[in-house]
Ligand binder design. Structure first.
Ligand code: S3P
Length: 425
């Protein structure tokens, strides 16, 4: 797919539902008793993988596009699937579902695409095994395919080396089935959608700074979930609105949970003109309209506790940094290497192809800004966030940008190119 420079961006856009919250709504809806109604669910491939996996385990899920009805069967209602569970490209499905599968009364094999089969699963295998789970990495490399034998679980207190909401959530889901309380402490606070949704469904969960504690669950009733817009999808338009001259756009109904809003903080730190309007609460999740206007930006340092709150936005932040004045340093982000692709390598390589002064480091990047962006052919490595980031970079480039594998945006934002086109002038 080929992208060209535009003059400005104007208008309003409604980004799709939050990916993290959509996954969790299917999972909790499946484990609840009764029918959970989900609106504004993200109809992206990752979340459809979660629906498919629970469908294979006997949960009847009606997908009417606008509304999803999950006919939950209670905490112990899942049945052994006839086939292997295929999570596609979804790390969230893999790590969260592993927590639930650890506690069933059946055996199951879990696998996914070639990217998933390279991503580290030891980080979830270790704590779940401490809880009594039986999980085998079939190839012995700490990655999927995983063979999981449901077992009786015990509560643990786990100190995690990584700030990962996927690890935390896998443990918390397993904790629902443990014989006593389960807690996890992380180095920094990661996104807390599992905690908020547990609370919303009436599960006993407490957070104290970087430690979260869940009590074994009794059966809990179904609920209604309205999914806020995904700030990780909004991020592309936030950056586009800032860097393309004469732009002003409103991104409607976006989740601004403080464990996810690092992109807004970093943009403001760089001098961005961003305002929030219509701030409200959706199932305990704060949401707002985000208004962005073209701005003069300067480089900054992004490190430490803010990293987990913008981890998925670092590729698009790198584009922002490439056009801002001065240097931007991204540190403490070695997690980027184990996402859908090695996002340090892939960003650095492709930014260089566009003429950007950038250097990869062990845990991030150093970007010297103020670059003129040139046309290039960009290999997305089928990583949705890489494809979307370079589609935005193309809006300023002095030559055409060809993106290979551009259709991978279907993972998290199937209408991305249409929405971008609608805003472009
Ligand atoms: C997610 C957590 C993040 C994020 C991923 C979704 C989640 O991963 O990168 O896209 O829904 O819990 P980690 O928690 O492993 O950093």
């Amino acid at each position: 797919m080929i992208f060209h420079k535009i003059h400005s961006l104007k208008g309003e856009v409604t980004v799709p539902g939050d990916k993290s919250i959509s996954h969790r709504a299917i999972m909790l809806g499946s484990l609840a008793q009764g029918t959970t109604e989900i609106t504004n669910f993200l109809q992206g491939e990752d979340c459809l993988s979660t629906i498919r996996c629970f469908g294979q385990m006997g949960i009847h899920i009606e997908n009417n596009k606008d509304t999803i009805l999950v006919h939950g069967k209670g905490l112990h209602g899942l049945r052994k699937p006839d086939e292997i569970l295929d999570v596609g490209n979804s790390g969230t499905t893999t790590r969260l579902i592993s927590g639930i599968l650890s506690a069933t009364d059946f055996e199951v094999t879990l696998t996914g695409d070639s990217s998933i089969q390279k991503r580290p699963m030891g980080r979830i295998i270790t704590p779940l095994t401490m809880m009594g789970a039986k999980i085998e990495s079939i190839k012995g490399n700490g990655c999927a395919p995983l063979f999981i034998t449901g077992s009786k679980l015990k509560g643990i207190h786990y100190i995690s080396e990584v700030a990962s909401a996927q690890v935390k959530s896998g443990i918390l889901l397993a904790g629902l089935y443990a014989d006593g309380e389960t807690s996890i402490t992380e180095p920094y606070v990661s996104r807390n959608h599992t905690e908020l949704m547990f609370q919303y469904f009436g599960i006993d969960i407490q957070t104290d700074n970087t430690t979260v504690t869940v009590q074994p669950a009794k059966e809990f009733p179904a609920s209604q979930v309205v999914v806020p817009g995904d700030i990780s999808s909004a991020a592309y338009f936030i950056v586009a609105g800032l860097i393309v001259p004469n732009s002003e756009i409103r991104i409607k109904n976006v989740g601004i949970n403080p464990t996810r809003d690092g992109i807004i903080k970093v943009c403001e730190q760089m001098g961005a003109n961003i305002t929030l309007e219509n701030i409200t609460d959706t199932n305990g999740e704060p949401t707002a309209d985000i208004i962005v206007r073209s701005s003069e930006l300067t480089g900054t340092i992004i490190e430490g506790g803010i990293i987990p709150t913008l981890i998925d936005e670092l590729p698009i932040i790198a584009i922002l940094a490439a056009v801002a004045k001065g240097q931007t340093v991204i540190k403490d982000a070695s997690e980027l290497k184990v996402k859908e692709s090695n996002r340090i390598d892939v960003m650095v390589k492709n930014l260089k192809l566009m003429g950007v002064d950038v250097e990869g480091t062990e845990d991030g990047m150093i970007i010297n800004g103020g670059n003129t962006l040139h046309g290039a052919t960009i290999d997305s490595k089928l990583d949705h966030r890489i494809a979307m980031s370079f589609a935005i970079a193309a809006l300023l480039a002095d030559g055409p940008i060809e993106i290979l594998g551009a259709e991978c945006v279907n993972i998290s934002y199937p209408d991305f190119y249409t929405h971008l086109n609608d805003l472009s002038q």
